[in-house]
Design a protein around this ligand. Structure first.
Ligand SMILES: [Ca+2]
Ligand SMILES: [Ca+2]
Length: 294
């Protein structure tokens, strides 16, 4: 009996030691430290929304098995993006990078102007593609008062970064002050273009091509050029708002002011004066980068 009593006391003491007042061993654990930033330190996540935004418009965050990863958003068809570079056009994703083209074709010559976004005025059907290489404007067989012009919008403020370049040959042409059967408009509002001095100066500042010379529509400057031969023409709008026309790399005429505010260019036979008709070919009209964009 004595042994039994001791055993009860001993067991009671043992239980007291285990469940009695808290001591250093029994104290509840200290609260866990706040979780570290799972995104920036470990890349762990529950959903894609937990991941840091992608630094490229061409990749997107995904949460895969609790870990952030960044994958290309798409390849075919290319995803449009903005590279924030005014020197490039048609920005699109190339792999994980956003990039664009430094040149922009406006008229290849491979098809009629309307197929490449040009709006026709007057006898627009007079423009045809020749052998898939150039566009021909031929008003010679038409009524004496025929005109045929085409306009194309440009990217905003594009003359700050690019020049307009084209190739052209004249078969037969004529011009007088403010009129021409083969012209290029740096600014164009439709039909024959508008004329100053109270309104826009589209016809004054247009470039005419005659059989043996080129010049501004207002005849302020002209230059002898054999336009029946193929040449590379280039229009540069200067930082001071003037303009230079180059033929095969050499400046031939300039003017102190050039308005391009309308954001549309044009070409064609712009005159409906009786008897002013002709024929010329134009192709490879494109925007090419100025030196600071190369
Ligand atoms: Ca761009
Ligand atoms: Ca005409």
């Amino acid at each position: 009996m004595k042994n039994f009593t001791w055993s009860i006391v001993a067991l009671s003491s043992l239980l007291t030691a285990c469940v009695g007042a808290p001591d250093a061993i029994d104290a509840p654990p200290a609260p866990a430290a706040p979780a570290v930033d799972a995104i920036t330190v470990t890349g762990r996540c529950t959903t894609a929304a937990d991941c840091a935004p992608s630094r490229s418009p061409c990749t997107a965050a995904r949460c895969v098995l609790g870990v952030c990863s960044y994958t290309i958003v798409g390849v075919v068809p290319p995803v449009a993006c903005n590279d924030n570079n005014p020197c490039t056009f048609n920005d699109r994703c190339v792999g994980s990078l956003c990039a664009g083209d430094r040149e922009l074709s406006l008229l290849s010559g491979a098809q009629p102007p309307a197929a490449e976004g040009w709006v026709g005025y007057g006898a627009a059907a007079a423009a045809t593609s020749q052998a898939g290489t150039r566009v021909r404007i031929d008003t010679a067989p038409l009524a004496a008062s025929a005109s045929a012009t085409h306009g194309h919008t440009l990217p905003p403020n594009v003359f700050a970064t690019h020049d307009l370049q084209w190739e052209l040959t004249v078969a037969s042409a004529d011009h007088n002050y403010g009129d021409g059967t083969a012209v290029l408009f740096p600014d164009f509002s439709g039909f024959f273009g508008a004329s100053g001095p109270l309104g826009p100066v589209e016809r004054e500042q247009m470039i005419f091509f005659d059989d043996a010379e080129v010049g501004w529509g207002d005849l302020t400057q002209t230059a002898a050029v054999n336009t029946h031969a193929s040449h590379l023409y280039r229009l540069h709008v200067t930082t001071t708002g003037g303009a230079e026309l180059s033929v095969d790399g050499s400046v031939v005429i300039t003017r102190p002011s050039m308005s391009v505010a309308g954001g549309t260019i044009g070409f064609g036979d712009q005159t409906n004066d009786p008897g002013l008709n002709g024929q010329f070919d134009i192709w490879n009209v494109r925007l090419v980068p100025q030196p600071q964009c190369q």
